[in-house]
Design a protein around this ligand. Structure first.
Ligand code: SF4
Ligand SMILES: [Zn+2]
Length: 289
């Protein structure tokens, strides 16, 4: 079911199209004629005229609509920026006005769907429809060191279909521009830089295997979660990896050792805990940035 088609190179929503072939539209994927089906029984949609639906019609249709809407909107609501392992946000969600939209222009090794530009600042946007951005493309996008936002336009379309608003351009635009429910940061250089600094400043505590008790432990827990009761190290503090560190608000990350299985590299056993207890509370860490 195609909610947006092309007429004279411009996207047209099913809500605004004339019924049947009189709509004068073509499929945005294959360029063949489509008719506007606006009956009483089914959700209004475009359908290929005297041929099978082509496989990429929905994807192209939603891409087209998203790009056309962003070209006109001049602003977008950006989702909050989270910090790994923190409850506090690095940045709350906010409106971001932009003055230029560039569609499918090569940036280095990759062609992002959309680039939104405001002065010297640029945000790349990926409009996900049938599949999210794959690891290879994401790697190339990250190398650009620019914020990359993913908008799940298929989820927006599905939500609107459920509300009986499929093909309603105003509802689609509102969800795309003003809401953040179907948006997520795939990469943000600010977040990356802050997390790198925290990781560098935090304590890297080696995980030890306690074979006798079949436990993973970490020596010198700053919170003194547990105290050794006997042996030459009696009285020193330690933590149990799964019972203490895993639930501890100061546990920034658990690093794993990898092992090679055939041609694949798999996570083996925990190797170290990145413990940020030495940096203070979340508030103190964020204040010190
Ligand atoms: S992460 Fe928490 S429990 Fe683990 S060593 Fe650090 S302070 Fe102790
Ligand atoms: Zn088609």
């Amino acid at each position: 079911m195609i909610p947006y088609a092309l007429k004279n190179g411009e996207p047209v929503s099913i809500a605004k199209a004339r019924r049947g072939l009189a709509c004068g539209c073509v499929c945005p994927a294959c360029g063949n004629r489509v008719m506007a089906k606006k009956g009483a029984a089914r959700v209004h949609h475009f359908s290929h005229y005297k041929m099978e639906e082509c496989p990429h019609a929905l994807e192209s249709s939603l891409h087209l609509a998203a790009k056309a809407i962003l070209l006109r909107s001049g602003k977008i609501r950006l989702p909050a920026l989270e910090l790994h392992g923190f409850e506090r946000l690095l940045c709350h969600e906010k409106d971001w006005p932009f003055d230029q939209v560039v569609l499918e222009k090569r940036h280095g090794q990759v062609i992002p769907d959309i680039a939104l530009i405001k002065g010297q600042r640029k945000i790349l946007v990926e409009a996900a429809v049938t599949h999210a951005v794959g690891p290879a493309k994401l790697h190339r996008l990250r190398q650009l060191n620019l914020p990359v936002l993913e908008i799940d336009v298929a989820a927006i379309h599905l939500e609107l279909t459920g509300l009986g608003l499929a093909g309603d351009p105003r509802a689609f635009a509102r969800k795309l521009v003003e809401e953040t429910r179907h948006k997520k940061w795939l990469f943000h250089p600010w977040q990356q830089a802050v997390e790198y600094r925290i990781r560098q400043a935090a304590l890297r505590k080696k995980v030890r295997i306690n074979a006798r008790y079949r436990r993973f432990t970490v020596d010198g827990c700053p919170l003194k979660k547990r105290i050794l009761r006997s042996g030459p190290m009696a009285g020193t503090a330690y933590a149990d990896l799964w019972q203490d560190c895993y639930f501890c608000p100061f546990c920034f990350e658990i690093e794993y050792r990898n092992k090679q299985v055939g041609y694949r590299e798999l996570q083996d056993r925990p190797d170290a805990v990145i413990c940020r207890a030495n940096l203070g509370t979340e508030e103190e860490v964020l204040k010190g940035l």
